[in-house]
Write a protein that binds this ligand. Sequence first.
Ligand code: DX5
Ligand code: ZN
Length: 220
Amino acid sequence: MNTMIAPSILSGDFSKLGKTVEDLTRAGADMIHIDVMDGHFVPNLTIGPAVIAALRPYTTLPFDVHLMIEQPELSIADYHKAGADILTVHAETTHHLQRMLKQIKDLGAKAGLALNPATPPDMMDYVHDLLDLVLVMTVNPGFGGQAFIPSTLHKIHTIREKMNSFGDHHVLLEVDGGIVPETAALCVQAGANVLVAGSYVFRASSLEEGIQALQGVQAH
Ligand code: DX5
Ligand code: ZN
């Protein structure tokens, strides 16, 4: 499977997110990563279903919605209705993770499980049959522009081994936080196949160059 690039609009200009989504699509993104933060699970507040619904007409690319919110079961249907294709929840945000993931699948969306840097890979063991994606946080969630945490590489490797032993070859292994070409290469080597990148892509000389530089790490 080729490595996919999912730029995070968190680093874009919030006064023109529609244009940003269009520009990222034209620049060769594979998915649009949308960071939803509630000010409780993480110390930052971003956007909700209304903004996601407003962005939906601007691209046909999948919306990869990363929910950093407590009790996602209360609003998951709204995010799906707004146009989310992948709904990723953090292991710690719900008392009933299996039920939560099943609820996402029953809606007809793809289900993702996000693991914080200190959350063990075993969290996926008893829910792997419901998963379409595992998101390994390579920074603590909440903000863009943070430094990559190297101890997460071993976890990526462990998860890739688990996926192989479970036969979960269709499940995406995504990394998020501090991704630049150097850290991207390490993550891909460890088994990741979806790279989320915010600040790197938006600080590049163009969105296209930023995306291409990350796509280039496949070769290593
Ligand atoms: C952090 C978010 C990330 C963030 C990544 O909580 O989940 O998606 O936008 O930003 P960079 O690539 O700048 O680390
Ligand atoms: Zn994210």
